[in-house]
Design a protein around this ligand. Sequence first.
Ligand SMILES: Nc1ncnc2c1ncn2[C@@H]1O[C@H](COP(=O)(O)OP(=O)(O)OP(=O)(O)O)[C@@H](O)[C@H]1O
Length: 785
Amino acid sequence: MADVREREISVEQEHLDQVYRRLEEKIHEAEFLMNDAAKRGQVGTPGALAERDAQVFRAGVHLNRLNNEFEDFLFGRIDLLLGKDGKKGPDGAYTAVEPAEGVVRTEESGTYADIAETLHIGRIGVLDADYSPLVIDWRAPAAAPFYRSTPVDPGRVVRRRVIRSKGRKVLGVEDDLMRPELTAFLDGEALPVVGDGALMAALGQARSHSMRDIVASIQAEQDLVIRAPAASVTYVEGGPGTGKTAVALHRAAYLLYQDRRRYAGGILIVSPTPLLVAYTEGVLPSLGEEGQVAIRAVGSLVDGTEATVYDSPAVARVKGSSRMLKVLRRAARGALERDGAVPAASGRPAANTQQLAFGEEEPEAEAAKGTPTRLRVVAFGRRLELDAGQLDRIRQSALGGTAPVNLLRPRARKLLLDALWDQSGSAGRHDDPELAAELRSSFDDDITSEDDFIAFLDAWWPELTPRGVLSAMGDERSLNRWSRRVLNPGEARKVARSLRRDALSVHDVALLDELQAILGTPHRPRKKKDLDPLDLLTGLDELMPQREESQRERAERLAAERTEYAHVIVDEAQDLTPMQWRMVGRRGRHATWTVVGDPAQSSWSSPDEAAAARDEALGSRPRRRFTLTVNYRNPAEIADLAAKVLALAMPGAESPSAVRSTGIEPRFAVVRGGDLGRSVRDEAARLLERVEGTVGVVVAMNRREQAARWLAGLGERVVALGSLEAKGLEYDATLVVSPAEIADESPAGLRVLYVALTRATQQLTVLSGERDEPDGEGVPDLLRE
Ligand SMILES: Nc1ncnc2c1ncn2[C@@H]1O[C@H](COP(=O)(O)OP(=O)(O)OP(=O)(O)O)[C@@H](O)[C@H]1O
């Protein structure tokens, strides 16, 4: 057996050597073409030159990747029977999925067939000089049978092989037979079989703080999702550990491969926390994709914000609810009238507050108040004045309708001028319409060039910013007014208090985004670029042609300016609040979508409301539904324990079936000597000794900082996490501290506990305090039969 393994490794080594030789050849070829063309000064069309350039570039990138980044550039192989038709696809492989009739010979001694085609699967495709495929890109149609074929439905595949390699060296091979009853011959010899499958080996490996791709072991039900056509909405549900996040990331890579031009519009992946972003961000580059995909935490979707603060569950519930929409709309209009707080944009805040009296001798008291209540100007030598009542009527009339508040300023300005014009009595002075228009225009000029008028307008109709309005909502009296009959006074008080904090919370970000839509961005004429004084002197600027933006600069600029995407992938979709769905929805108005989630893990207290908001964001687009059913993360011992909480959190919901078992039961520990910190530290240290990789310590949100201190000095393999931060992550071992505390944190507490209990790939310890009412074995009340 060892001999067979060694021999098969050397067979694959030969193939890998050939692939590298071919790539080096391609680089030389392309370089030679370039140099040669340049030497002869005859480069053909600029397009041809660019094409050669691109060839060298692509080949260089490939080789570089192969040498430096990929542990396993070449990872798979399938040996296939002859196909039904003899057609070849663009990658040089036969396209038929089913075998031709008569290829399997049945004799008395058994069934026999010959292998007609062997394909190697890798992260990128490589063709030989004669266009035969040396490596097929994993996303190409010809590679699909590598993932789809099963012993129940083998198609043409006889043997499926996973190859493990590092750099240029093949380290191992593992085979699965799809037609175990068949004796197949390759080049006249019986097909050898090595090992017992690669999936288990991958699942048992120690975890680090970054997620690995699963390209070598994607399972059939996952592959269906990854390759689903990108029409409308692909909707995926599955329990913990079923590979939803992994599938979402591989799908992004697949979509780009399949239609790069279409997805040049960008793919957005929305993730629940910055921790999960950091955990998953290396997967796409390992699949050969960078740049086109943005992975953003839901608290960082608005440019320039990175919210990591969490509101208390009661506040989060209000801020996430669609009731906030009405409150924000009122606040955006109400914030124009200020009681002293100045939510103006850049504007001139100091001038605004000091120059509130627009006219000469306004009393000081008036100046300190906020919104000016009187406008005095001099036009055509006459003193004109609008009082509080008139100003208010003008404001109300300008605000009519639902147009963005910041875009209404020109309208308000026009209404002010109309009112002053009426008062001036100049309207009837000319019968001739042309002269009348001229007079009016010089009247307007007269007023609008006055510093007093400009300052008045800035103070009376300031340009509002989302941040400004949000901080104005921190004033309890104002918020009470704006939220009347929408929030109860208790809710308004809590929300106002949370908004007086300096840092933005994750839920505030969706409010900011909504406010941006409500307020609008006023059109500003583009600033002329500052000219170099030397250019002005010599007039050079006029003569020099403007430098064209390069292709790359343009791509970078567009990416930075991008507010909408061609495809939006929402991970942990069950957690998006209605307000967050609105925010994400704005980024994919014309997009196709992939939405993955698990209702049983929802930390949002009103799932029905969130579902309604999701439906609104996704509109009437048809949905294609998929369910993932196998838990690849947790061993059965841990999955069984978590299932007890699932039964409480969502009676009747089904747990995914665990694919492996370790024989190690979860450990139940109790706090010793009333010292929680010490017990947490001891149990974490114990787990660190038992696993090679990472240990996650999950505590209730309000113990986050405390827990980090308890673990100080234990090294980088262990991290402390608040219950909500554990979402989507995984560790070799986890320590769940006080299930009762986590469950009591919010109305969704039991579902959050279910998340916490399903993070470990190998070992789980549950530590109980008094509140958990542990029995004699240390099993907390919540986890007993
Ligand atoms: N086909 C596969 N081959 C190897 N590993 C896999 C496969 N599918 C999933 N896994 C592994 O299982 C673990 C769970 O995957 P993932 O995090 O994508 O699950 P999830 O459904 O998003 O879980 P949760 O809902 O709990 O966040 C990961 O370590 C992933 O690499």
